[in-house]
Ligand binder design. Sequence first.
Ligand code: BES
Ligand code: ZN
Length: 620
Amino acid sequence: MKYILSLLLMSVTCFSTLAAKSVPFERDWHTFSNYQTVVSTHVHLDVKVDFNSKQIAGFIEHQLKALKSDVNQLVVDTRDLDIHKAEILHGETWVSTDFKLGDKDKVRGSKLTIAIKPNTQKVRIYYNSRPEASGLQWLTPVQTAGKKHPFMFSQSQAIHARSWMPIQDTPGMRVTYSAKVKTDKSLRPIMSATNDPKWDDKGEYHFEMPQPIPTYLIAIAAGNIHYKKMSKQTAIYAEPELLEASAKEFEDTQAMIDASEKLYGKYRWTDYDLLILPPSFPFGGMENPRLSFITPTVIAGDKSLVSLIAHELAHSWSGNLVTNATWRDLWLNEGFTSYVENRIMEEVFGKRRAIMEQALAAQGLDAELVDLPRGDTILHVEIEGRDPDDAFSGVPYTKGQLFLMFLESKFGRKNFDVFLRNYFDTHAFQSIDTKNFLIYIEKNLVNKHPGKVSMEQIVTWIKEPMLPSNAPKPRSDAFANVQKNMNAWLANDLAIKQMPSKEWTVHEWLYFINNLPENITLAQLAELDKQYNLTQSSNNEIAHAWLLLSINKGNKAVYERLEDYLISIGRRKLIVPLYRALIETNGNDQFAKRVYKIARPGYHPLAQGTIDNLFNKSAN
Ligand code: BES
Ligand code: ZN
């Protein structure tokens, strides 16, 4: 009896400590959908990926759950879709129903309103996407590694899923999904779902995502995609030309999963595969569940850039399991993920490397903060009326990461690890917004360990601009040593040949390049280049840092390489700063315009939009 009573008591206390008292989520401004009235719980896609017309065409079926009574319409998001018809399931038969496509809003697209009955359970919408869909890129064969087959891929985050399917497009709700996809026989489709690693010679594929996910994680790609298993839970999907190199570069992915599970609990998505995309992929990576999409620009040959994989994997907890409820709350995805990423790197590659990566990120943020509009330096950023893509910055990532590092240092790693693990478990397969996060952390961290950090300090981190004075400042001994050598070289106390640079890792090189002094001369840059061949570095991060510095210092010796770099890579983070520097420095206008004209057709719509904006702003 006593035993039962204590068990009961235990479960009551567990429940009351774990389940935070929550308040209703802030409504997501970036959706037109009526997801708080009637919600899709499962979507089924029956589509053809048509490379000739550059369209995804077919129907989407929504399984509905009414959250209020007397519901008579379903509102979904669309952008640049052609809607052919809508049907509702009436008993056993599909009957056509009225629909209305609203005017186009610049940020949100067009609202699609479909007449339903209060008891309607299923709706089908027949549609096609357009070639200019913001969430898809259709590549010609020359844009691929193999040069023989076309390729297409989606990038749905933040609000682009609506450009390739009519859907309630908000991270405040979740769907399971299934799909039947047809393509040309030789162009295999693959989705963020269960994938049968075998080719289907009929060109018809089936996918199933049994776990509920936010819609920005629905993803598709098709092309000459081959498969190579790496370990019990990991595999590479890539064009055959990239398969071996990718498998070698990312062979530690299983170790990363094992490390994450040890820290934060079970990996809940069965397998973790990587899809290596062509170089025009606009991001480093995208955490599509079971199948992260990865830029080939991180295949450096020495695993120096694999923190990207740790990052996308970390989203399997922060983001995919526990999801930001609106795009204002992006820091809950990216800040937590950047922190977890670094913890994984520490486990797998050691503390020295993890600290170097912290220090580089913190330096990058400092540089970025100088130029950002003050409002955009707030974690809980105001983005109503704006496209989330335009508000994108390092703030949710690195300020978010520094915030969690701050908490870790104050509460102690052990306590903070327990907190994080419980946070993931308690909110698994749910969304959370900043307001509810504050309630949760107050109850489960701040009040549990009184006297360590006040809610006021936490609110300052989340609601105030810039970095608070108590922000951690990661310090790397390795970098201090690089700095010492750099100083000696600059003071002519050390010949360039005597710098111990043979032992430097890519991170140390990045520190070196990024921290060369303002007054570095062209002669010194030439000396460095002669000695280290930095212009021709095949490491895309080193090349980026060197090219950026060179633009700012007027080092014209790099321009041929710069042109080549800008034309062959479409990853926004690597190219946008280069265009910005070209536009902002004197005398580079013509070069920038000429190169962009050649490069633009090869860029993703997202990258095109960002760079078009840069040129337009400078023209005004
Ligand atoms: N989920 C992001 C990419 C993203 C964020 C797309 C917001 C659209 C809107 C992805 O996980 C990411 O953060 N990628 C980074 C990786 C880096 C920080 C290691 C990137 O692409 O550079
Ligand atoms: Zn991320």
